[in-house]
Ligand binder design. Structure first.
Ligand code: HEM
Length: 156
């Protein structure tokens, strides 16, 4: 049982590291760089490359992080309830997971459908909402990561 717990924490930390880094690099570096490209074939090719190669990896990371987080929530329910720093970390983690799951597994397809149907006004409204969710994940994801590391490895 202990080795299963260790394996779950191991997967949790690897997925957390990938997600936190992805949120930062995608939103602060690659996204703004893509926006600076003028519309055309090259911009389309760059966007397709990210969608084809990186999105599937992030999807798997999000699923694994969500599953391991749910396991840890149940396994450490009492500890989470009695340790303030872990309590705050888990609250931030839940906000992050709701945002990234909704963005990757609901809004991505929904926006594609709106675009295909030509519902541009609705697409603009939804894009405003997804931008807000992206920024929320950008803040709460790395914060959750740091709180997790602080909880386990802080010298204080
Ligand atoms: C429902 C959401 C979550 C729950 C219930 C949860 C629960 C936990 C628990 C109980 C631990 C301590 C494990 C141990 O040391 O025995 C932990 C560690 C950790 N979690 Fe989470 N987590 C959640 C979401 C997240 C998210 C979204 C991230 C990052 C984006 C994250 C990053 C980490 C990190 C970095 C550690 C520290 C591991 C270490 O350095 O030893 N967690 N989590």
């Amino acid at each position: 049982m202990e080795s299963i717990y260790g394996l779950v924490v191991f997967i949790h930390v690897i997925c957390a590291s990938i997600l936190a880094l992805t949120l930062i690099i995608m939103q602060l570096v690659i996204g703004p760089a893509l926006e600076r490209l003028t519309d055309g074939e090259q911009k389309q090719a760059a966007a397709s490359l990210i969608q084809g190669r990186w999105h599937p990896v992030v999807d798997v990371v999000i699923v694994l992080l969500t599953l391991t987080a749910l396991y840890l929530l149940v396994a450490q329910w009492r500890l989470i309830g009695t340790t303030p720093i872990l309590h705050i970390k888990v609250t931030c983690g839940i906000i992050t997971l709701i945002c990234v799951n909704a963005l990757h597994f609901y809004f991505r397809g929904f926006k594609r459908k709106l675009k295909a149907d030509g519902k541009i006004d609705r697409l603009k409204d939804i894009t405003r909402l997804t931008r807000l969710m992206e920024k929320t994940a950008l803040i709460f994801g790395p914060l959750t990561f740091l709180l997790g590391v602080f909880f386990n490895h802080s010298p204080f």
